[in-house]
Structures are given as structure tokens and as C-alpha cells.
Design a protein around this ligand. Sequence first.
Ligand code: PEP
Length: 254
Amino acid sequence: MRKKLIAANWKMYKNPEQTKAFFHEFLPLVAGHTRDEIVVCPPYIDLCVAIESCKGSNVAIGAQNLYWEKQGAYTGEICPAMLLDIGCTHVIIGHSERRQYFGDTEETVAKKTKAALAAGLIPIVCVGESLAQREAGHTEKICHGQFTGGPGALTPEEFSRILIAYEPVWAIGTGKTATPEIAAAAHRFLRQCAAEKFGAERASALRILYGGSVKPDNIEGLMAQEELDGALVGGASLDAKAFASIVNGCESAR
Ligand code: PEP
């Protein structure tokens, strides 16, 4: 049975002081959970404070992006080893906002994922179609393309160390959550892509998170679907009580 994981994507919100206050309120609310079930991904400037705040707790810290080179003249970028050195364990790669505004492509997603894995980080690789693509009936084609060019470019061993987040772009930050059935169908399709490329065993071990307007009141319905192995939460993860209630809702849906 795949272990569920709930990850928070704070995007470009919170400063170090607000980060500290968040964990002061959040950690006692999720104290019963085991490590590796909860991952919080704040902006780069908050990572050290977040790691310090979560020392000895059951919450892991991840980044929202990285650059694939090991070091060098790459102004404004952060390499995988820098994240690992400060204590990050996870990294989000290929979020739709990075694809949309910052030029991430299947190729850069594959490069970033390989670099993250080589350093020992756990990548959470995002895929998902836009509203226009869904309405045109291209959901599977888009997911297949993003899978093949990104995670599909990994070696089988590399692939066994990643998580995928299915995040339909039309559901991100819009309040329009995919129904549990729509999400489960997309997850099944992605697992099928994984099975074709890497075999049934690796595909069935792959954890696929759902992301897109996950809230305390819809988490249980989503997690009741066997295909959903957790969630990647944006807006609702900024509030300690709301995010704790999502984590606890995931637990009670088992
Ligand atoms: C996200 O940013 O990955 C996300 C899913 O955002 P939201 O939960 O706000 O839709």
C-alpha cells in the first residue's frame, strides 16, 4: 500500500518571521503524524527558518524549484546541493506556474529532476492540462507528453525515487477542484503511462499526488479515491489550522 503524502506549496508568500509563526501554530496540530507524510515548500528565503523550526518534528521541508547545474555563474539560481546542505529533502519541479511564466519545458523538467535526484533530493514533478486543453479533449495527450518528456526521460532507478503531482491548471488557485472521479481517472492514466515505460511494479509503487484547490472540506472525498496518494496544496496551506485540517482529513480518509 502506498503511503499518503501531503505537501504545501507556499508560492511567493510569507517572510521568515511569518514562517516561524506558522510552524509554532502548525506543528502541535500535526504532532501524531510520522515523518515523510508532511512536506512544506516555502520560498527560498524562508527555508533555513523553516528547517530550524521543524527540527525534531515530523515535517519535512522542500524547495519550489532549483537549477540543474552544480555551481557557477548563474545569477539568481539555486543548485540542488545548496538545498541538500541546508536540510531540504524535497523539491517541486515543473509546477504549471513555472512552465507558464518562467519557461520550464519537458526538457528542463527532466534536467532538474535528474539533478535533484543526483544530489539526493526527492522531486515532486508536476504535470497537468489547461482548461482549453481539457475542453478540446486533449487531457490524456498533454499528460502523456508531459510524462514522457519529463519523468519518462529518467532511468528506471531514478524514476523509482520521484513523486508525481497531477495538477490540472484549471483547478489551481481557482476554487474549482477536480471531482474525485476526474482526478482518479487522470491518475490512472498517468500510472498507465508509467507502466508502459517502467513496468507494472514501478508504476504501482509510484505515488501520485493531486493538486488544485484542495481544501479542508474536500480532502476526505479526494483521498477516498484509492488512486490518489496525497495532495499538493497551495492557497489552503498558508493557514496553519486549514493545512493541519487537510493533513488530518487525509489521515481519516484511509
Ligand atoms: C499549487 O500551487 O500547486 C496548488 C495546487 O494551488 P491551490 O491549492 O491554491 O489550487
